[in-house]
Structure formats: structure tokens, C-alpha cells
Design a protein around this ligand. Structure first.
Ligand SMILES: *Cc1c(COP(=O)(O)O)cnc(C)c1O
Length: 367
């Protein structure tokens, strides 16, 4: 992919740096699961997973079976966990050697039926228990039923015990997080006593890795940290945002006071104003909330605020005080002007900015 025009530049050396940094936080022997769901948070799941596989990551996680199939089709042979499988995809899951997270008794029944129908022996599954996030997960009250089903069915074998922290990035919720860790330990003890073999235990996301060593257990699941964001500015020195969203100026124009810019005339110039048109819009993932000066871009080292409404394929910025021309590079976010800063302006998080970058934007990989 040529390094010109609108593109998401992804720096694979920065990915490697983040991976090694996060791993350095773990005790030896703790496994690392790279979360590459939602197209690796917008960075391109196949290339990101291939690079991490070369770096010898232990496991991958995606949300849906279709995402795991894409990885299998592209040379990913490491174990892949599906965090949120759905019953109609369980056969595909087995066909492609993908490990499901079992999050309810019904899902366990459905998976055992699918595994038996395909004459499976000891097919690896991960049991997810709800410890307080109140999203998906098996309830503690169902643990005996789950144990009796997995011990009496040779078609499946527990490969992992999973839970998910609700507020690992928010130290005001420290007591709650610690109660989740405690409950996870209780569930783990019951399962360990009941099963004649050992299994992996994983509860931490990126913020769990950075804030709660006691929640590392035998594997961690990291997404956002790999992409360079730590949910707290104090980790900015250690993690490097791996993506930069860049575009170019398509056209520039001077307008007089009283003239408007973009649809519905939502911006009216108070004085003579020069604007630039950028080749990117809400069809690429730049939310309309960023119009009317809510965001700015960097052009030749200077910040240019948006003018008027964001259109589908383009938006306008104020360049009255910037020396620039059609064809010049525009930086929407980068490791300096971060996606988190942009997200904060709209009351959202870096995750949503990154996953929102649409397929139309080519990904350009830099080694
Ligand atoms: C998305 C997800 C993760 C990764 O979280 P990050 O904050 O991006 O590290 C881990 N575990 C589960 C269950 C998830 O859904």
C-alpha cells in the first residue's frame, strides 16, 4: 500500500515494543493472549496476528467465530479463543480448531452436543464465570451443574477458567475489583478440586495487567495495550500508539465574512477565512460529533480545527493561519496527537475511535 493519500499507518515495531513491555509486567510462565477482535481494534487483524505469531504470542482472542476463521484462513495456527460464540457457529468452531468461551449452561449443553456429534475427545473449552461485570458468564450458583456436565462428558475438557474485570482501569473501584478477584479465586478452587487435571486461569485485560498483578493468574488477555493505549496517561511513556491516521488536503479556498461552510450552513465565517478540504469523512469513521471545531488536525505542524458539519467523504478545517496547499499531509491522530485526546473531546474512548476506522481507509504497515 503506497504511503500517500488517506491511510491508517500501522507501525509494527511499536506493536512489538508494546508486546514486550506488557510481557515484562508478567511473572515468568504467565501466558499472553493477544486480543485481536474487531479487526485488531481497527489495525487489521490478519497482519497484526501474523506479526504477534512471529513474536511467539501464546494465544489469540476474537469475539466471534467468523473472526477466528479469517485468522485460520491466513496462517494463524496458534490457539484462538472466541470470547462470544453463538450457538449457530459451534460446528465451524470445531471444524477450525477454535476454542469457545462457554458462558452459560445452555451454551455448554449446545457445545457438548456439537462435540459429541463430531466424535470429539477432550475438546478444549473455557468456562467464563460472571464475577460482577454482569455481561455474559455462568453464575456461581450453577457451578455444580457445570462441573457435573464437564466431568461426565469426555467430549470436552476445560482448558481455561475465565472472568472479566468490570473496572480494572478505575482505581476508585479498587474494592470492587478486589472482590471480583476474590470470587474468581473461590470459583477456581472449586473447579480445581473437582477436575482431575489443571487448566488456565485468566481474568485480566490490559488495565488488569497494569494495575492488578494479583489478577494475572496463568494468562492475561490484552487488546488496547498492544495498540499503545493504557487507559491512563501515566502509561503513556511506556506504551506507543501504533497507528496514525493520515490524509491529504484536496482543495483550499478563501471565503468572505458571512459565507458558510458545509451542509446546512452550520458554520458562518465571522471574518475572511481560509479552509482546507480533507479526504476523509464519517464514512471513514470520523464521527459527525467532530464537526464545528470539536476536533482538530495537524497540518505542517500546526493545529487546524474543523469547520461546519463533517460530510461522508470529506470535512473542512480552518487554515487561515497555516501555510499549506492542496496535496499537503494531514494528521488526524498519531502517537503525538493521540486517538485518546480525540476521543476525550467527544466523551468517548480510544477503543471506539480505533475500531471505528472503516474498511475504506487502507492500512499501511511500517516495519
Ligand atoms: C475486549 C476484551 C479484552 C481486552 O480488553 P483490553 O482492555 O482491550 O485489554 C479482554 N477480555 C475480554 C473478555 C474482552 O471482551
Amino acid at each position: 500500500m503506497p504511503l500517500q493519500g488517506t491511510r491508517l499507518e500501522v507501525n509494527l515495531a511499536a506493536l512489538e515494543h508494546n508486546f514486550h513491555y506488557l510481557k515484562s509486567k508478567l511473572q515468568s510462565g504467565v501466558k499472553f493472549m493477544a486480543v485481536v477482535k474487531a479487526n485488531a481494534y481497527g489495525h487489521g487483524a490478519v497482519t497484526i496476528a501474523q506479526r504477534l505469531q512471529e513474536l511467539n504470542v501464546d494465544y489469540f482472542a476474537v469475539a466471534y467465530v467468523s473472526e477466528a476463521v479469517e485468522l485460520r484462513d491466513n496462517g494463524i495456527h496458534k490457539p484462538i479463543l472466541v470470547l462470544h460464540p453463538q450457538t449457530f457457529m459451534l460446528d465451524t468452531c470445531i471444524e477450525r480448531c477454535i476454542e469457545p468461551v462457554i458462558y452459560s449452561v445452555e451454551m455448554l449443553d449446545a457445545f457438548i452436543t456439537a462435540a459429541q456429534a463430531r466424535q470429539q475427545k477432550s475438546y478444549p473449552i473455557h468456562l467464563e464465570f460472571n464475577t460482577g461485570l454482569n455481561r455474559i458468564g455462568i453464575d456461581l450458583k450453577d457451578i455444580d451443574e457445570v462441573i457435573s456436565k464437564v466431568t461426565s462428558n469426555s467430549s470436552v475438557k476445560v482448558r481455561g477458567l475465565q472472568s472479566h474485570l468490570a473496572a480494572s482501569e478505575d482505581l476508585n473501584e479498587d474494592d470492587f475489583t478486589k472482590s471480583q478477584i476474590k470470587l474468581f479465586e473461590i470459583i477456581n478452587d472449586q473447579l480445581e478440586n473437582a477436575l482431575p487435571y489443571s487448566f488456565l486461569k485468566h481474568e485480566s485485560n490490559t488495565s488488569g495487567i497494569l494495575n492488578y498483578q494479583s489478577a494475572h493468574f496463568s494468562m492475561v488477555r490484552s487488546g488496547i495495550g498492544l495498540y499503545g493505549y493504557g487507559n491512563d496517561k501515566k502509561f503513556d511513556a511506556d506504551l506507543i500508539p501504533i497507528a496514525a491516521l493520515k490524509s491529504v488536503i484536496s482543495q483550499t479556498r478563501w471565503i468572505e465574512a458571512g459565507e458558510s461552510v458545509s451542509y446546512n450552513r452550520k458554520f458562518i465565517a465571522q471574518e475572511r477565512t481560509r479552509y482546507a478540504v480533507i479526504a476523509l469523512g464519517h464514512g471513514d469513521g470520523i464521527n459527525r460529533i467532530y464537526g464545528y471545531g470539536k476536533a482538530h488536525v495537524s497540518i505542517n505542524g500546526k493545529l487546524a480545527p474543523t469547520l461546519g458539519i463533517i460530510c461522508m467523504d470529506m470535512f473542512m478545517v480552518d487554515i487561515t493561519n497555516i501555510d499549506c496547499h492542496a496535496g499537503d499531509e494531514v494528521i488526524i491522530f498519531s502517537k503525538q496527537l493521540t486517538a485518546r485526546d480525540m476521543a476525550e473531546k467527544a466523551g468517548t474512548i480510544s477503543y471506539e475511535i480505533l475500531t471505528g476506522i472503516q474498511k475504506r481507509v487502507p492500512r499501511a504497515y511500517i516495519k
